[in-house]
Design a protein around this ligand. Structure first.
Ligand code: 13P
Ligand code: SF4
Length: 301
């Protein structure tokens, strides 16, 4: 039996839902029930009533699914699938930061540990960060964490004063304004889309046609009639974009924009995860209860 068929059979046998992030390997995306960005996958994890969720993504995504679904079994096929951005702030660091700004509202990007979410008032993703920040009462001071590039972009878009945590994604921070300038020059006529975590997202705003979450990029890929699109994010997303629109050439801004965490999981790991029930993701109940409030606000927005 082929590996794909084995995964399908085990999924049925265990009545499991397979979710895959847009940066996952093509073979994993193709086997998934749903492929998408962080917000879309969080919503699917809640809407679908299958009792087992296999999360082909990174740890904070599987933790989020568990917090939102305490009664379901959530599996992450490889525990090495962490996130450099989520590691840039701990619960203790956030508690210290909050103590320096009493009364401030904390808006945490979903790329954070459960501990950090538990200390936060709101969670957001790249697709709803502007909406979430705009909804914070105007008289409130805001602490935004952990990605400073996303934070700066939201600050510019909303006009809200925010304190930004100085964290970044090791993959996106390397995409610099000079890369965009060079690309503009070398690919005249191409449209450029960039993820807001990019190191170029704010400094080079004038060179970019659209700043989008990964699902925003996929929707754009479906609609565009441009001959070429330059894509400033992790290269895994090109699989969906190219399949959805074979008439447009999708070129990565950098071939080296590869997230090592997102590439930990292959289809064999997914199969073994279903077969051996590994690795079970649990969040301490008190942490989960506190984190849930911030996540519910994110899902509702
Ligand atoms: P999206 O929510 O846009 O998919 O981003 C998640 C992520 O980890 C980006 O690096
Ligand atoms: Fe984390 Fe960056 Fe990888 Fe996204 S691309 S999972 S933010 S390290």
């Amino acid at each position: 039996m082929s590996l794909e068929a084995e995964v399908r059979r085990l999924k049925e046998e265990r009545n499991a839902l397979l979710l895959a992030h847009n940066y996952q390997l093509p073979e994993v995306q193709d086997a998934a029930d749903y492929v998408g960005d962080s917000l879309y996958l969080s919503r699917k994890a809640v809407e679908d009533d299958r009792p087992v969720i296999v999360f082909a993504g990174v740890t904070f995504m599987a933790e989020t699914a568990k917090i939102l679904n305490p009664g379901k079994t959530v599996l992450l096929p490889d525990l090495k699938a962490g996130c450099g951005l989520a590691d840039s702030i701990t619960g203790d660091q956030l508690r210290t930061w909050k103590a320096e700004h009493p009364g401030a509202v904390v808006v945490a990007y979903i790329n954070t540990t459960a501990d950090v979410k538990a200390e936060s008032d709101y969670c957001c993703t790249s697709s709803n960060a502007i909406k979430v920040v705009s909804g914070v009462p105007a008289d409130k001071e805001i602490l935004f964490l952990p990605d400073m590039f996303l934070g700066e972009w939201v600050r510019q878009k909303t006009g809200r004063k925010m304190h930004l945590w100085v964290g970044d994604c090791p993959v996106h921070a390397k995409l610099r304004p000079e890369d965009l300038q060079r690309a503009r020059h070398e690919h005249p006529g191409a449209e450029i889309v960039a993820h807001p975590e990019c190191g170029c997202s704010t400094a080079a705003l004038p060179h970019v046609d659209r700043i989008l979450s990964t699902d925003g990029m996929v929707r754009f890929a479906e609609e565009t009639r441009a001959p070429e699109v330059l894509v400033a994010t992790e290269v895994g997303i090109l699989h969906r974009m190219r399949r959805l629109n074979p008439g447009t050439r999708f070129t990565p801004l950098s071939e080296g924009a590869i997230c090592p965490y997102m590439k930990q999981i292959d289809l064999t790991d997914v199969r073994d995860s279903l077969r051996l029930n590994r690795y079970v993701i649990d969040v301490p109940p008190e942490t989960a209860r506190k984190a849930r409030r911030a996540l519910d606000r994110m899902i509702a927005s």
